[in-house]
Design a protein around this ligand. Structure first.
Ligand code: TRP
Length: 460
């Protein structure tokens, strides 16, 4: 099918594709979101569920999306439409997800920018003196918190507008390894602190009494978010892959890279939180979006003279990872609008900018002007709602529709052949079984169990 289409932009090689996909995948999801979810949902229990999900379902879905993109030569909406106009709705549904994510991603981006700037300005001991107050004071500030978010958005939209994608990809090559080195260093340091090994045990050893429907839904949502799945991105990336590149090896490498960064970030932050808070219960209770911002400054402070510099390096690199992911999220929104509404690039960029500024403002208001709104129960925010709707509701549904579509409507045959054009496909049978049966059943069970638990049919 794709052979008859006009030539399309393509990656310069196998590694260019893997790196671009990994750069999209590695972001705040790994560094900020994964550690706090692991801390919250039982440490080792969450870790085990997450690893199993990634290496069965996650890799399979990633492979499916890349193969679907390469086979049809189209981005999300077009790829589904290629099998019939009536299927376009799946692509449209998936494409709506980046519009929700980017808005709150930029709010967190603003937090990271503020921390990076504060460390640059030498405020490390001021932050560490009262980390929780510093954080709360900042996110609830009626002016400053907005300014940092707008700055972050402006940087993102500027790069999207200039289209300097190449430069970003190149600098990723330097920044990502640096970030990993630093994360290893901080992890090693943290683990030598008194009490940290108990924290590491909590992080690594599963406690099966902690298994709850929420653990599964949180791990599933995190998997989609972190691997940039179920929102059409990987279909688009797959459409740029040439016919020689092995899809199976690429999917394995991207997943390995992504989970590696997450595991490392968790190994730093969860034991750090344990040192600061003293017990597994306290860690689980206090864990949420603030974990990175409240706990790490204390850890840096205890490093003595080096702490200020390490803290600075850390937040600058997290900022960089956040920026690159936000840029590719915004770029996705722009291309969805261009394809869907047939608008010019310029018009689409203006629309995305206006949308981001408006909706981001509402999300950020959730921490000050609108803080009386607690959509998910006491203490929750608009950001939590956005996060929940996109990751725990919409992405599982998008993935479910994709699996049913490929497994039962178009049949996996064509995609199997597409995958086998470029490599052996050892796990073919398992892959088909996951797409046709296991993944759909699993998603339905998780969603139903979760809803049931919400309505109190059983307690957790
Ligand atoms: N995976 C990214 C992260 O872990 C977030 C993300 C989700 C993303 N979807 C995306 C990034 C699409 C770029 C493009 O932070």
């Amino acid at each position: 099918m794709s052979d008859t289409k006009p030539a399309r932009a393509s990656w310069s090689g196998k590694w260019a594709f893997i790196l671009a996909a990994a750069a999209s995948a590695v972001g705040l999801g790994n560094l900020w979101r994964f550690p706090y979810l692991a801390a919250k949902y039982g440490g080792g229990t969450f870790l085990l569920v997450y690893v199993v999900l990634v290496f069965t379902f996650g890799v399979s879905l990633l492979l499916l999306e890349i193969a679907l993109g390469r086979y049809t030569g189209q981005s999300a909406i077009g790829a589904f439409k290629a099998f019939g106009k009536k299927y376009a709705f799946i692509g449209i549904f998936a494409s709506a997800i980046p519009f929700i994510i980017t808005c709150y991603y930029c709010v967190i981006g603003g937090w990271v920018a503020k921390y990076a700037a504060s460390y640059i300005a030498g405020a490390s001991s001021q932050i560490a003196g009262a980390p929780a107050d510093f954080f709360t004071g900042f996110i609830t500030s009626p002016v400053e918190s907005f300014i940092w978010m707008y700055l972050f958005m402006a940087a993102v939209m500027l790069v999207v507008g200039l289209g300097v994608k190449k430069g970003i990809e190149k600098s990723n090559l330097v920044m990502m390894p640096l970030l990993i080195l630093l994360a290893v260093g901080i992890a090693v340091f943290t683990l030598t602190m008194p009490g940290a090994l108990d924290g590491a045990a909590y992080y690594l050893v599963p406690d099966f009494s902690k298994l709850a429907p929420e653990t599964f839904i949180a791990a599933l949502g995190q998997m989609f978010f972190s691997m940039s799945l179920a929102m059409g991105i990987m279909i688009t990336y797959g459409s740029y892959v040439d016919k020689q590149t092995s899809l199976t090896a690429s999917a394995g490498r991207i997943a390995g890279f992504d989970i590696g960064v997450s595991l490392l970030a968790g190994l730093t932050i969860v034991p750090g939180a344990f040192v600061a808070l003293g017990s597994a219960e306290a860690v689980a209770e206090n864990s949420g979006p603030s974990l990175m911002f409240v706990i790490l400054p204390t850890v840096f402070d205890q490093m003595g003279g080096m702490g200020a510099i390490i803290g600075l390096l850390f937040f600058v690199l997290v900022l960089f990872a956040a920026l690159t992911s936000a840029i590719s999220l915004a770029e996705t929104m722009v291309s969805i609008i261009m394809d869907g509404a047939r608008w010019s690039r310029k018009k689409a960029i203006i629309a995305v900018t206006v949308f981001l500024f408006a909706v981001g403002t509402v999300v950020n208001l959730g921490y000050n002007g609108f803080s009386f709104l607690e959509p998910l129960g006491a203490g929750s925010s608009i950001l939590d709602l956005f996060d929940f709707v996109s990751n725990s509701v919409m992405m599982p549904i998008a993935a479910l529709m994709t699996c049913i579509f490929v497994g039962w409507v178009v049949k996996p045959r064509d995609l199997e052949l597409e995958i086998k054009r470029s490599s052996k496909f050892v796990a073919e049978k398992a892959w088909v079984a996951i797409i046709k049966y296991i993944a759909p059943v699993l998603i339905v069970i998780i969603l139903v169990a979760y809803v049931a638990a919400q309505f109190g049919f059983f307690s957790m």
